[in-house]
Design a protein around this ligand. Structure first.
Ligand code: SF4
Length: 118
């Protein structure tokens, strides 16, 4: 799936860091995983469109998604405040993380599915 397309259904609706029209050489790992889950038919695109932002889920799945996804992300070491050692309470993760946390909470994906597409 072209980068432009997944930015439209993952980054634009869910990621507070996304700026339309700005060229970003790197893509966060979570968005790539969501894209691959859709591309391989493990989840459908309508499920992504039904995701609701829920900060409780982000905290709940922070460690599990760090192990399954974020540890492979190019932004983890320096740029990602959400996965830093001392994140403030009002920080949002990237859009891909928001989507993965929601899908995981509702049993639509698990760690194995995420690992299989990386
Ligand atoms: S939450 Fe941070 S480390 Fe995890 S995928 Fe998103 S940008 Fe990368």
């Amino acid at each position: 799936m072209p980068k432009k397309e997944f930015r439209e259904f993952i980054c634009s609706p869910y990621c507070m860091f996304y700026k339309s029209g700005e060229k970003e050489a790197l893509t966060c790992q979570a968005a790539q995983v969501v894209d691959s889950l859709v591309h391989t038919g493990r989840i459908d695109r309508e499920s992504v469109g039904a995701v609701q932002k829920d900060s409780g889920l982000w905290a709940m799945h922070r460690n599990a998604l760090r192990q399954a996804v974020c540890r492979h992300c190019a932004f983890l070491a320096e740029d990602c405040d959400f996965q830093s050692d001392c994140p403030s309470d009002d920080l949002e993760p990237c859009g891909g993380f928001i989507v993965l946390a929601f899908l995981k909470e509702y049993g639509l994906i698990d760690e194995r599915a995420m690992e299989e597409v990386q």
